[in-house]
Design a protein around this ligand. Structure first.
Ligand SMILES: Nc1ncnc2c1ncn2[C@@H]1O[C@H](COP(=O)(O)OP(=O)(O)OP(=O)(O)O)[C@@H](O)[C@H]1O
Length: 311
């Protein structure tokens, strides 16, 4: 449905998005996760047609975004980080204004959208008198008033209090049942709460693309065990370790000179250390060290994005 092919974006001599390729299927809720300055907003703006890529192509439903921006605008709803709201307008007048700009003729569009976004009760209030949570709902309303198939949300819960965050997340989840959604955030929990796919971006490039469920599995069960041993070779040791029950993978990592250091990833909550120890003694190898390290989601994110801030 959305295809980015080798897309780059330069601001002068600075490359904000670097040769990024991504395919998003209909119905997916994708979280673009990355630290400040990673290139999330730039990527989203290229999908909406707001920015042209410096190289590469973006297509939506097979249409090249830069060739037919009009059609793209009718397919996509966009909520920028600071929604384009006019504070002195009443909510109703603002939404009527948006229907005018979008040339929406469906008379029920405003009422329908207000109901979906839970803003029926504030239609006759000035926008600058609304709470941040309600302002964000109005922002969402302007993004979906033309019933777009795709919704793009730039940091949709930034600046909201914890209750408002939950409300807006629930609203996005509800709207996301019938749309393809891309949202950006630098908050891991946000992706976990809303998205079924996570694309981690750092320095303008994708460093991880996975189902949110897999990340949850990492959080809930997976951990690593580091072993330092001697009396064998790396191939044998990794081979034996990776065939043990509950072990997903084993590979060599740098370690103390003269020893083989191996990092084993366990895919179970059970402790695999006794089985590892057994293998080592059974084979007559010598164990110098063994330690278990919890691999939290935060740790993975940090590992993938450290040093990522361009600013
Ligand atoms: N108009 C611009 N001119 C020059 N540099 C820009 C421009 N817009 C963004 N940048 C730079 O490009 C990089 C990527 O910015 P972008 O806003 O896409 O990142 P982001 O991941 O959305 O970050 P944030 O979470 O802070 O919004 C940043 O280093 C930013 O300073």
């Amino acid at each position: 449905m959305i295809t980015l092919s080798s897309v780059s974006k330069d601001y002068g001599s600075f490359r904000a998005v670097d040769n990024l390729s991504l395919e998003i299927k209909e119905g997916e809720i994708t979280g673009l996760l990355g630290p400040n300055g990673a290139g999330k907003t730039t990527t989203m703006r290229m999908i909406t047609g707001y920015f042209r890529p410096s190289s590469g192509t973006v297509s939506v439903n097979g249409i090249d975004v830069s060739k037919d921006p009009e059609t793209i605008r009718s397919i996509i709803g966009y909520l920028p980080e600071s929604p384009p709201l006019y504070g002195e307008m009443l909510t109703y007048d603002y939404l009527r204004y948006v229907t005018g700009v979008r040339k929406i003729t469906d008379e029920t569009a405003i009422r329908r959208t207000a109901e979906i976004c839970g803003i029926t009760g504030v239609m006759h209030k000035r926008i600058d008198q609304l709470s941040k949570g309600y302002k964000q709902r109005v922002g969402l309303a302007q993004a979906i008033i033309h019933d777009p198939k795709i919704l793009i949300l730039d940091e949709p819960t930034t600046g909201l209090d914890p209750n408002q965050i939950i409300e807006v997340r629930n609203l996005i989840t509800e709207i996301g049942k019938t749309k393809t959604v891309i949202l950006s955030t630098h908050i891991l929990q946000e992706v976990e709460a809303i998205a079924n796919r996570v694309v981690i971006i750092n320095k303008g490039a994708i460093v991880k693309d996975d189902h949110t469920d897999n990340l949850r599995a990492v959080k809930n069960g997976h951990y690593t065990v580091r072993l330092a041993l001697s009396g064998t070779d790396t191939t044998k040791a990794t081979e034996f370790f990776s065939t043990l029950p509950g072990i997903l993978e084993a590979h060599q990592v740098p370690g103390e000179e003269g020893l083989i250091t191996i990092l084993v990833t366990a895919g179970t909550e059970e402790d695999v250390r006794p089985a590892l120890f057994h293998t080592v003694t059974q084979k007559g190898w010598t164990l110098f060290e063994m330690s278990r390290e919890k691999q939290s989601l935060e740790a993975i994110f940090r590992e993938l994005t450290t040093g990522g801030d361009h600013d």
